[in-house]
Design a protein around this ligand. Structure first.
Ligand SMILES: Cc1cc2nc3c(=O)[nH]c(=O)nc-3n(C[C@H](O)[C@H](O)[C@H](O)COP(=O)(O)OP(=O)(O)OC[C@H]3O[C@@H](n4cnc5c(N)ncnc54)[C@H](O)[C@@H]3O)c2cc1C
Length: 277
């Protein structure tokens, strides 16, 4: 149907973003392809090497999955910051990704966790990293005749991954003024093998910071200090290109993204059992 109707057609998932965009005339589809009853897109699967989350998984379902894996606990804690309980029963994980708001809450976590977006079209499926998924404000790598099928979070085979997410907001139902997420993998030798970072609301897309990640990778968990994490957060914050808008000034966002990342990194290290000095 998407291919048949072209740019006039849009996916309707939970409709919580679509309703607002339509009301404000940011979109005006003549055909809505309602995928709410596509049950094959509504699942959370925990495997040995990955966690798969279907695009039509409601935020409320993700919220209730906390007990199944500590990474799902991290994502569940994020959903509790989002919308209201009523909206979370409609709003979906895929809709949050595909709306591609730079201030969305799940997106920085998916970037930090090095998740993969599985995109489905008439020619089968293709995969892009969560970082490459976002191409601009409300713009993603999903083509007009494709849909997001699922998000896959890889789990390390030779270590453990822990993550964290921090945000600043004005009210509980507002989107983030600025946010930051960190995911740290520690190998069985106790050395940090991978660091993922996601910076939100400081650029048109969710940013990562490979140079900051590299500054922490290779460090023994036992040697990580608060000063080291502050240094890593400062490197990452240099990537930010915030703007001033109704919610916050560019300067505030620039300062706070560094604080959010530092705290997210501290949480991730603490979740590993690291003792910060
Ligand atoms: C009161 C309120 C509070 C909110 N608070 C927050 C908040 O705190 N944090 C936050 O991040 N967001 C928040 N939101 C935004 C919104 O609820 C979320 O982004 C939600 O997850 C969107 O999901 P949805 O299923 O409703 O998407 P929809 O509105 O159905 O779709 C959003 C966009 O994605 C496209 N789309 C949806 N699914 C797919 C798919 N599988 N493949 C391809 N394209 C797709 C649609 O065509 C549309 O362009 C809030 C919204 C409201 C109304």
């Amino acid at each position: 149907m998407l291919a048949e109707h072209g740019p006039d057609a849009m996916i309707w998932a939970g409709g919580t973003d679509m309703t607002l965009h339509w009301q404000r005339e940011k979109v005006s589809p003549t055909v809505c392809v309602d995928i709410r009853d596509v049950s094959q897109l509504d699942f959370i699967e925990v495997g040995n090497d990955a966690i798969r989350i279907g695009a039509m998984t409601a935020l409320a379902t993700l919220e209730r999955a906390a007990g199944r894996h500590h990474i799902l606990k991290m994502l569940s804690d994020i959903t509790k910051l989002m919308c209201t309980p009523q909206t979370r029963t409609l709003a979906t994980v895929g809709g949050n990704m595909c709306n591609a708001s730079p201030a969305a809450d799940l997106s920085p976590a998916f970037v930090a966790l090095d998740a993969t977006a599985v995109i489905f079209g008439r020619n089968g499926t293709r995969e892009v990293t969560a970082y490459d998924f976002f191409v601009g404000v409300n713009r993603t790598a999903v083509a007009q005749d494709e849909i997001l099928q699922e998000v896959t979070i890889p789990l390390p085979s030779d270590g453990e991954i822990h993550g964290s997410y921090r945000r600043i907001d004005r009210t509980v139902v507002d989107i983030a003024l600025v946010n930051g997420s960190a995911a740290v993998t520690v190998g069985i030798d106790g050395v940090i093998s991978k660091v993922g970072l996601g910076l939100g609301a400081v650029a048109p897309i969710i940013l990562n910071a490979p140079d900051a990640s590299a500054a922490l990778e290779g460090t023994s968990l036992a040697d990580v200090t608060r000063d080291k994490l502050a240094e890593v957060a400062a490197i990452a914050a240099r990537h930010a290109k915030p703007i001033t808008d109704v919610r916050a000034s560019a300067g505030y966002r620039q300062d706070m993204v560094e604080v959010m990342l530092r705290r997210a990194l501290e949480d991730a290290i603490t979740n590993h059992g690291g003792k910060l000095r």
